[in-house]
Design a protein around this ligand. Structure first.
Ligand code: JCZ
Length: 250
């Protein structure tokens, strides 16, 4: 998968050089390029923002540098080996007013060959950039959650990690991707490791025996109970209002 990120703070994306994502890049599973938006602002001060039409607080990101930066992303991306001459990325623009980013969307995006991320700052990006980009490539405005960040970079770090870990070979043991929270509509079960007793607290007895069927049953029940307690919104209506028996039979 090819990933391009455009930001005025490219150093914000440095964590993508670390851990499993960094290893995936070194293993050639991910081809990531980070671009500094200011490289596409040509005045002396490399200006990327200006005052908002209609007044109001703060500054708005100018359309010109964004159009040049995204044109560069597309042109440079197409010059890669075996890239189709008319290939385009799906452009993801994080924003508090976007569609909620979910595990399902992460799965969808993990199937895409090329993603580009536009990190807004200030009060946001001039609306005409969304229109201009939408005429050239698929555009999705995605929200990490109902809270406000100062820019898109933190959201991009989270989205890239959620997407990249689903790519074959990135997570060493693919089994780790099973029974995770949100993978199948339930939260994950509680986990324990040595010592068997710590701070006067014992590990549930069922986990210490070798009865794998009993362990699987206990873990499934734990997932349902934990989901009912913390995220009843994820359960079917009947289950969310107490009818857990049917779910536990599954
Ligand atoms: N889920 C979420 C996204 C954001 C976000 C994304 C981009 C910008 C640009 C300026 N402020 C921003 C905030 N806040 N919360």
């Amino acid at each position: 998968m090819r990933l391009d990120v455009v930001s005025i703070f490219p150093e914000y994306l440095a964590p993508l050089d670390l851990s499993l994502i960094g290893k995936a890049r070194r293993d050639g599973l991910l081809d990531l390029a980070v671009h500094d938006l200011r490289d596409f602002a040509h005045d002396r001060h490399r200006t990327v923002d200006d005052t908002p039409y209609g007044g109001g607080a703060g500054m708005v990101m100018k359309p010109g540098p964004w159009a040049e930066a995204l044109d560069h992303v597309v042109t440079q991306g197409r010059s890669r080996d075996n890239s189709a001459v008319d290939a385009v990325p799906t452009l993801i623009i994080p924003g508090p007013g976007g569609e909620p980013f979910t595990q399902q969307i992460a799965r969808e995006l993990a199937d895409e060959p090329w993603l580009a991320f536009a990190c807004g700052r200030y009060e946001g990006i001039d609306e005409r950039v969304y229109e201009w980009a939408g005429e050239r490539m698929p555009v999705r405005v995605l929200s990490l959650g109902d809270y406000v960040l100062n820019g898109g970079e933190v959201a991009v770090l989270a989205m890239v990690e959620a997407i990249a870990r689903l790519l074959p070979g990135v997570i060493g043991n693919a089994e780790s991707l099973i029974e995770e929270s949100h993978e199948d509509g339930l939260l994950e079960y509680p986990v324990y490791t040595k010592p068997a007793e710590w701070d006067g607290r014992a590990v549930p007895e069922v986990l210490l025996g070798g009865n794998h069927q009993a362990i699987a049953k206990w873990r499934h029940e734990q997932r349902i109970q934990r989901t009912a307690a913390r995220r009843p919104d994820l359960l079917p209506p009947a289950a969310a209002t107490g009818g857990l028996a049917e779910l536990e039979e599954r």
